[in-house]
Design a protein around this ligand. Structure first.
Ligand code: ATP
Ligand code: MG
Length: 302
């Protein structure tokens, strides 16, 4: 597993001086791991994560919200698949945020994100999120028009207002026991091109190819500006961003896994303690169970 120092390297808890250009999508911190080595290291991380998740679930006090944002083909889906591979599905849910439905458009932009929030003991993964509201919606003004907001609320302050709403929302969640980790998987435009070509060229990957993604990449600089501004305005101590180099998938997964493990270690969930009254009741129950004749002896069977 990667150390906490690595995690800190990519964490933005205060966005004031953040510049996206400071993070190189190809960075691996000088690590050059063989496939097997990276796999082994990740396996150690996911094992630790699974153990901590079980305790989070048993303790049922804290929730963990993990937000994943990225350009297409940056590896969100595969990061979820690999990093969460060992966790108990009962304590974890993934929600993918697509273009909003008619009903969703009739509500405020955070409305649809509230129901899938993780309950106590749960890990909730948002594959895209309400951040799309200051990303894709900012890049495509026609999407904003579709939202039907009253004209007088659509002014120059709209994006500032949305950042305020997001910061307030996350502060509220944090105050109520939801830990928040936000990831931007930062892939380069060149690497995205390579991955799109692979999707076209390899028959088993063709299902992942979407024509629209090629048009979207033409808007790359606009997206990068929107991401930078969103991160600058919403990176906080209780809901930090992690801008993770994503040109090397093995490195991305290691950083994401280490970041989640670090957070869970900080939460330090414990199995609930059994008090003495409950323990006496258990001892009594145990005696009864031991004293019960077994089905085979009493001749009963199911
Ligand atoms: P993959 O391509 O790996 O399946 P994806 O997250 O790109 O995953 P898609 O179905 O391709 O999933 O895309 C979902 C689309 O929905 C994205 O283009 C995203 O920008 C868009 N979207 C998400 N939230 C909103 C929103 N609030 N308003 C408008 N568009 C949104
Ligand atoms: Mg897509």
């Amino acid at each position: 597993m990667l150390s906490g120092d690595v995690v800190k390297r990519f964490r933005i808890s205060d966005g004031d001086d953040f510049r996206l250009s400071d993070i190189d999508p190809g960075d691996t911190l000088g690590l050059d791991l063989e496939k097997d080595e990276a796999k082994e290291l990740l396996a150690a991380g996911t094992k630790r994560l699974a153990d901590l998740q079980e305790r989070l679930y048993a303790e049922s006090r804290w929730s963990l919200l993990i937000i994943l944002q990225a350009m297409d083909a940056a590896g969100k889906d595969s990061a979820i698949e690999h990093v969460m591979s060992g966790v108990n599905p009962q304590g974890c849910a993934v929600t993918s945020f697509k273009a909003p439905s008619t009903t969703e458009l009739k509500h405020d932009f955070l409305w649809r994100a509230t129901l899938p929030l993780p309950g106590r003991g749960q890990i909730g993964i948002f594959n895209r999120s309400y951040y799309e509201e200051v990303l894709v919606v900012r890049v495509h003004r026609d999407l904003l028009d579709k939202q039907g907001l009253p004209d007088k609320l659509v002014g120059d302050d709209l994006w500032r207002d949305r950042f305020d709403s997001i910061r307030d929302f996350e502060r509220h969640l944090a105050r109520n026991g939801t830990a928040i980790l936000k990831f931007f998987l930062h892939v380069s435009r060149d690497e995205q091109r390579k991955r799109f070509l692979e999707r076209i060229d390899e028959p088993d990957k063709r299902w992942k190819f979407a024509l629209g993604d090629v048009a979207e990449r033409q808007l790359w600089p606009k997206y990068m500006d929107a991401y930078e501004d969103a991160i600058r305005n919403t990176a906080t101590k209780h809901a930090p961003w992690h801008v993770v180099p994503a040109d090397n998938k093995w490195f991305t997964r290691l950083v994401v896994a280490a970041t989640i493990v670090e957070k869970l270690e900080e939460i330090d969930p414990n199995y609930p303690k059994v008090d003495s009254a409950a323990l006496s009741a258990m001892v009594e129950a145990r005696e009864k169970l031991v004293a019960e004749p077994s089905d085979s002896k009493s001749g009963k069977s199911n």
